[in-house]
Design a protein around this ligand. Sequence first.
Ligand SMILES: C[S@@+](CC[C@H](N)C(=O)[O-])C[C@H]1O[C@@H](n2cnc3c(N)ncnc32)[C@H](O)[C@@H]1O
Length: 393
Amino acid sequence: MYLKKNLKNIAQYYVSNLIGGRKNTSDWEFEKYGLKTEVIQNKQLALELENACQKDGYLLFSEFLQIDQHGKYGYHLNNKWHGEQQLYRYWGKAIAKLCQYEPIERVLDFGAGNGDLGIAVIDEARKLHYKIIWSGIEINGNLISTIRQAFKRKKYEENLLQISPSINKILSSSKKSLLVFSYSLDNLAPEMFINENQDLHYPTNLMGVTVKNGVVNEIILTNEQLLKKKIQYKNGVLSQNGTSYNLHGWKLTHLQRACIPITAAKILLQSSKKVKQNSMLLIIDEFSEPNYARNEKHLNFPKDLTVFDRIFKNTTKLYNQAGNNLLYYPTYLLAYESILQSLGYTQLQIDNERTLANILAKKHIIQNIPGLCFGILAKKTSKTVNPITIKAY
Ligand SMILES: C[S@@+](CC[C@H](N)C(=O)[O-])C[C@H]1O[C@@H](n2cnc3c(N)ncnc32)[C@H](O)[C@@H]1O
């Protein structure tokens, strides 16, 4: 199925580039900046979205994406491939050695996938005669069963503390811990913001959608609509449940949109509350290329891991093909650096992810590996500040 989808996508990419010049400016402007009304091809998913809309009358962009990916008729519960990156091959040893060196006894793996990384960490720690207690958080129930079976098969039950679909159910630990986020923060649905101001400005509004009769409509949310979900967005600061997120660092041109990792910041905050001071955190992820002011493209739009031309230029295809794409949402390295600083993490070590794994595993580094996948290692030494800053520049 992937081969067919990919070949079709490659053909579409080149053909649309060839005929791209034919359209006039207003078509082009609407395609880029207009509020979209689109038919969702997956009828069952459309109904699921419509039902979810009924509570508050609309869905935040993040809520739409969450159902698109993890709903009953969304991508994950109807497809086997969850986007595993196979980094357990070299990160198992790196993490085991880091834990032994620090020393760290507890590992909390967020977005644990099929548990391959957890098993590899315990394999390597056992070789070092070092005991690690692992917990996993995985939203996909099918993968939770896979993880349990894998631990049982290896007879590693004594190393397994908890597997949970949500961070809220994870027990707080009084032991120094390592929080691991490997290709999972970019799996957390971002919020979509827009700048309605004529000038270069931080986002003025959040965006959402309504879904009715199989059709999705984009809307720019009013304060009243946001209050239904207990969210306030004022002067570039979003507040919810006593935590605020400062977005002054995002400068958008007129009607430009940006997907901003509010959910990822929340998860980093919640997971940091579960561990004691001096615990460590490791993020392994793909990032967007750094931004520059007055870049008029929409910023950090979702990507589809299963195709050649990964990024969605506008939201048309995203809505038409909802439930059919394995989405992920890379953002700027700087966005995570600023979030981590707000959460009291210091001593940030940032490197190409393979290079960092080799450093931690004490392997000889032959050459630096180019690419946009980084590893960030940090230690929680200070208190969290409120608001949390999320920067773009
Ligand atoms: C791209 S996979 C990465 C899996 C694995 N960590 C790896 O590096 O191969 C992202 C994983 O995060 C999980 N995930 C997404 N949102 C989540 C959430 N809110 N809570 C827990 N897990 C989540 C997905 O189900 C998926 O298994």
